[in-house]
Design a protein around this ligand. Structure first.
Ligand code: FES
Length: 131
């Protein structure tokens, strides 16, 4: 009886360990208070990328991806409430994809990055006059 119980406990334990392994290790370590709910600025200028017609792309909407402007799955741990924008171009060519993540026309650049740059300049000037 005890041997069966031990085996059951061990099986349950290994199942728990297996389930945890399905999740990225970083998921278990990042507290929710450190996960962002608004996109972060990945860059202050758009990314010019070559795309193929009919191919599916996932544009990073959270700004945490290391493969900008495309998603690398970083939103799952750093911004679970923000999902990538999937799109499929109609024709081959080059696109200007937003990297500041503030565009009103996702995933394309609409010039909002100039506002981001201006806000950064204003912050810098305010710091100079404070000190
Ligand atoms: S890079 Fe975001 S609007 Fe241009």
């Amino acid at each position: 009886m005890n041997a069966l119980l031990i085996i059951a406990v061990r099986k349950g334990f290994t199942e728990t360990v297996r389930r945890r392994r399905l999740l990225p290790a970083s998921t278990l370590m990042i507290p929710s208070c450190l996960q962002s709910t608004v996109p972060v600025v990945a860059a202050r200028i758009p990314c010019r990328v070559k795309v193929s017609a009919g191919k599916r792309y996932a544009w990073c909407a959270c700004g945490h991806s290391k493969k900008q402007p495309f998603c690398d799955g970083a939103h799952m741990t750093k911004a679970p409430s923000i999902h990538p924008v999937r799109f499929s171009p109609d024709k081959d060519g080059h696109l200007m994809l937003c990297a500041c993540k503030q565009t009103g026309n996702q995933p394309y650049c609409d010039g909002t990055h100039f506002t981001v740059i201006f806000q950064d300049v204003v912050k810098s000037v305010k710091k100079v006059f404070k000190s």
